[in-house]
Design a protein around this ligand. Structure first.
Ligand code: SAM
Ligand code: SF4
Length: 490
């Protein structure tokens, strides 16, 4: 039974990569105040937590309002043009604040800073600091320089920086779920994508520092971690002999130890059976059977995979340089279903109107969606990014109105599938990690099931951080609704 209109993919959802998050108020006196506003993907939100930690060491406390801030950082996204326009509009607003308070320091961090470098200082005069994603340790120095009235820039991209030793300060946290960055950068060259240019070469973080961070979070009461990277399945860490601590077990030969993603997943899953593990993003070319079997082996690894297809047509995928074709992608989906079953949640990213995409090729995207029946999708109209291979080699020749119309068609199909997939949940008992009160009513709690779907149920005596079993009796395309049951079916 569908109880409400199909509205899972609101404007906010569609543009999930353009959501803004701001830092929290820390109750301290005698400290300088830092306001951080983060745009873009989960990686950026996670990076802002590293920035907050670096700045705390320089005696800054975060604030939730720009009004009282001494320093304002915008941690930016460059993935599509509208993400950059949003930041530019915000800078204009901040300029008014700066006119009133000339001592205010404004920094642009992240992907847009890396893409535009000093050009940003020329174009946006109110900006004092430009810092790329690998320059966050240098922020206190850059702030000092800016406080003397100079412009300060660091857009150096590193081959080693993973911020492994920095304990992030959790921002916008519910105290239950947290992100852990496991790698940085990207070595894939998807022709539409600016990320390899703004985040540099791929590098994997020391697995023992990742496990330690997960242990620490668990000890603090967190019950779910999401391992983050642009392409988590290509995670690979090598260590020289001697760097491994005796209690850490993975040993391959006398001189070198390597840890791949399946092994890392297992190491994190073993922190505690009560710590849920999620990960994002998987690249279809890299996800292995080993990863799928590891997911099956551990109950606490959530059965949910974000596996962006981008297009359902092999010629377009080739132009996108995704390095797989439609058949390969379909085989991966079949393998996921074989090993993890029909109930494993699968989501995707789709781009409409990529260079030269025909109507028939667009139809292939729709038929791929019909085949997979995704639980969820992030869907975008193609936005040409300067300097990318696509911008250099192909003409952005699909008119905006056609890109948008195709996007609407993709969204309509996804709405139908989200509803259908949610209906599969009806009448079944789901293990739910409680995240807090439901948005609509304080009498209800909400949490997520394994497949990352939001489940709402009466509060009774349950609380944040509990695992409960909920019998789902109603659903919309966005939410599952039910009641906690004490008897759990075997
Ligand atoms: N690394 C992930 C992967 O390969 O799937 C995704 C990273 S990217 C931050 C998130 C999504 O933005 C991509 O999957 C793609 O769908 C979309 N995207 C990237 N560049 C784009 C562009 N130029 N125009 C429209 N969408 C784009
Ligand atoms: Fe961009 Fe492709 Fe790397 Fe994802 S895998 S970040 S889409 S280049």
């Amino acid at each position: 039974m569908i109880t409400s209109t199909l509205k899972i993919l609101s404007e906010t959802d569609k543009e999930a990569c353009e959501i803004v998050k701001v830092s929290e108020e820390e109750l301290t006196v005698d400290k300088k105040r830092l306001f951080i506003e983060s745009y873009g993907c989960q990686m950026n939100f996670s990076d802002s937590e590293i920035v907050a930690a670096v700045m705390r060491n320089a005696d800054f406390a975060t604030t939730s309002s720009e009004d009282g801030a001494d320093v304002i950082f915008l941690n930016t996204c460059a993935i599509r043009d509208n993400a950059e326009q949003k930041v530019r509009n915000r800078l204009q607003q901040l300029n008014n604040l700066k006119k009133k308070r000339p001592g205010l320091v404004i920094g642009v961090l992240g992907c847009m800073a890396e893409r535009l470098k000093t050009k940003l200082l020329e174009e946006e005069k109110m900006v004092d600091i430009v810092a790329g994603p690998d320059a966050y340790r240098d922020l206190p120095r850059l702030v000092e320089e800016a406080e003397t009235g100079q412009k300060a820039v660091n857009v150096f991209l590193s081959r080693e920086e993973t911020y492994a030793d920095i304990s992030p300060i959790r921002l916008n946290s519910n105290g239950i779920t947290a992100y852990i960055s496991i790698m940085r950068g990207c070595d894939n060259m998807c022709s539409f994508c600016v990320v390899p240019y703004t985040r540099g070469r791929e590098r994997s973080r020391d697995p023992f520092s990742i496990v330690e961070e997960a242990r620490q979070l668990f000890a603090e009461g967190y019950r779910e971690v999401t391992l983050l990277g642009q392409n988590v399945d290509s995670y690979k860490w090598k260590s020289e002999k001697g760097k491994i601590k005796p209690q850490d077990e993975i040993v391959e030969n006398e001189n070198v130890t390597t840890v791949n993603f399946a092994q890392l997943l297992e190491m994190v899953a073993l922190v505690s059976p009560d710590l849920r593990v999620r990960f994002s993003t998987s690249h279809p070319k890299d996800i292995t059977d080993d990863v799928l079997w590891t997911m099956k082996k551990y109950e606490n690894i959530c059965k949910y995979i974000h596996l962006p297809a981008q297009s359902g047509n092999s010629r377009v995928l080739k132009l996108m340089n995704r390095t797989y074709d439609r058949e390969w992608y379909v085989q991966k989906i079949d393998r996921i279903r074989e090993i993890l079953g029909e109930e494993c949640g699968i989501s995707t990213d789709m781009i409409t109107g990529f260079c030269t995409e025909t109507e028939e090729e667009h139809q292939d995207t729709l038929t791929l969606m019909e085949y997979v029946k995704y639980d969820y999708a992030y869907m975008f109209a193609y936005s040409e990014r300067p300097g990318t291979p696509a911008a250099k080699k192909y003409k952005d020749d699909i008119p905006e109105d056609i890109k948008k119309r195709r996007l609407q068609e993709v969204i309509a199909v996804q709405l139908k599938h989200s509803a259908e997939r949610n209906q599969l949940a009806l009448g079944k008992v789901h293990k739910v990690l409680v995240e807090g009160p439901s948005k609509r009513s304080d009498a209800d709690l909400c949490g997520r099931n394994d497949q990352n779907k939001v489940v709402v149920f009466p509060r009774e005596h349950y609380k944040k951080g509990d695992y409960v079993h909920v019998l789902v009796t109603e659903c919309s395309s966005a939410t599952l609704i039910g009641k906690v049951v004490e008897e759990v079916p075997a």
